[in-house]
Design a protein around this ligand. Structure first.
Ligand SMILES: *[C@@H]1O[C@H](CO)[C@@H](O)[C@H](O)[C@H]1NC(C)=O
Ligand SMILES: *[C@@H]1O[C@H](CO)[C@@H](O)[C@H](O)[C@H]1NC(C)=O
Length: 386
């Protein structure tokens, strides 16, 4: 009896404790919720004055006018004869590229942080010296009216850059196409019967890069492709290795030929074996372009739309961007792509320059062209092909 009374009292106390704890928790939660800050639905950054830094101009890409100023200056250097014609043959001195030459960081910081003088605006001009068999990089300045240029190749790369390290320019490519038309003439029947390709017309080629496996090489595998949209994914299986090291196209040579998985030392070797029936022939069969990127049905309706629910949160002036608490300058280099400078958060610089320094893609394949293809982009990019 006594123990039953005690147990009832205990039960009562337990219930009271549970109820009190529930009430206590509710009160605490309510109090805390009231104190939690709420995000107001405010207009972000609008109304705040945006401050752009005009001094970001030190990082600005060359304008079209500046580009012409450099190009004009280069063609008029006494004692040199530099061509700007994109179709220039490899034998001439050709102005291949012009880009901004970034001022020294020390001078820029002096300008940005202590209001020092604006560094001289200069450009880098890359010349393929077909006459002297080298590539030279010149600094040209000061813009807008250049009065000086000096060769910085040794300073920047530590050695003379051989002409063979250059990429294939449009002018050289045109000569290569002519050369291939010429050397393929003896096997025009084979090309027509095997691939439905008329080599005297304008067939499409895909070429490997770099042109060779060691410094000084300039040998390239050209892969014959179906001449249609996205030709580079339609190789027919015919490849030809040419040596185009000489700046004189009359000295170019065919080194090897690949047909139906078999190598031949020359076009005539292939022709002889093909006609003698000692090489398995490919018989041409037309195939539709299965890889076309053109839409099969005409698109209808409106495409994806983009809009700013609360207005733009960024502001752009020249090459300077302000975005909320961030600000930075930007540029687009032909060698490094998109790059940003003087990245600041709440006015404090956290990055001076942010850009791609190196990128590489290595290909694989059953044919020599793509087997040897390695795309490599590096600051001081002549190492692409060295
Ligand atoms: C490359 O050729 C140019 C033009 O002839 C010449 O001025 C320059 O000195 C050469 N560069 C080197 C490193 O020899
Ligand atoms: C070499 O180039 C010249 C033009 O500079 C052209 O007329 C000639 O046909 C070319 N020769 C060969 C073998 O491609």
């Amino acid at each position: 009896m006594v123990s039953k009374t005690i147990s009832n009292v205990l039960k009562g106390i337990l219930v009271l404790v549970v109820v009190a704890s529930l009430i206590g928790n509710c009160v605490l939660i309510w109090l805390n919720t009231r104190r939690t800050p709420k995000c107001p639905a405010r207009q972000v950054n609008l109304g705040q004055p945006v401050v752009h830094d005009e001094r970001s101009a030190v990082f600005a890409d060359l304008s079209v006018e500046e580009f012409h100023q450099v190009s004009d200056y280069m063609t008029k250097i006494p004692g040199m004869s530099i061509s700007t014609d994109p179709l220039s043959p490899p034998s001439v001195d050709y102005l291949y590229m012009i880009d901004l030459s970034l001022p020294k960081k020390l001078d820029v910081l002096n300008h940005l942080d202590t209001n020092g003088p604006k560094p001289a605006r200069e450009a880098t001009a890359v010349v393929f010296h077909g006459m002297n068999n080298n590539i030279s990089e010149y600094v040209v300045g000061p813009l807008p009216n250049p009065t000086y240029h000096y060769d910085v190749s040794l300073e920047r790369y530590g050695r003379e850059i051989p002409l063979t390290a250059r990429p294939v320019s449009a002018g050289e490519y045109i000569l290569i196409i002519k050369f291939l038309q010429h050397v393929l003439k003896p096997i025009s029947t084979l090309l027509l019967d095997s691939f439905g390709i008329d080599a005297s017309a304008n067939p499409a080629y895909y070429q490997n890069m770099p042109s060779g496996v060691k410094s000084g090489d300039r040998q390239t595998w050209f892969s014959l492709c179906r001449n249609e949209e996205g030709f580079y994914i339609h190789p027919v299986g015919f490849e030809i290795l040419c040596d185009h090291k000489s700046t004189d196209n009359m000295s170019w040579l065919v080194i090897k030929v690949l047909y139906n998985g078999q190598y031949f030392d020359s076009i005539l070797d292939l022709k002889k074996q093909y006609e003698a029936g000692t090489v398995p022939k490919i018989i041409y069969k037309a195939v539709p372009n299965y890889a076309s990127l053109k839409p099969r049905n005409k698109p209808t309706g409106v495409g994806p739309q983009q809009f700013y629910a609360q207005g733009e949160r960024f502001s752009i002036k020249n090459n300077h961007i302000v975005y909320l608490d961030w600000s930075f300058a930007f540029g687009m280099s032909p060698l490094q792509g998109m790059r940003v400078f003087d990245v600041r958060f709440r006015g404090e610089r956290i990055i001076y320059e942010l850009s791609v320094q190196e990128a590489m893609s290595v290909y694989g394949s059953v044919t020599p062209n793509l087997m040897l293809t390695k795309y490599r982009r590096q600051l001081g990019y002549w190492s692409v092909c060295l």
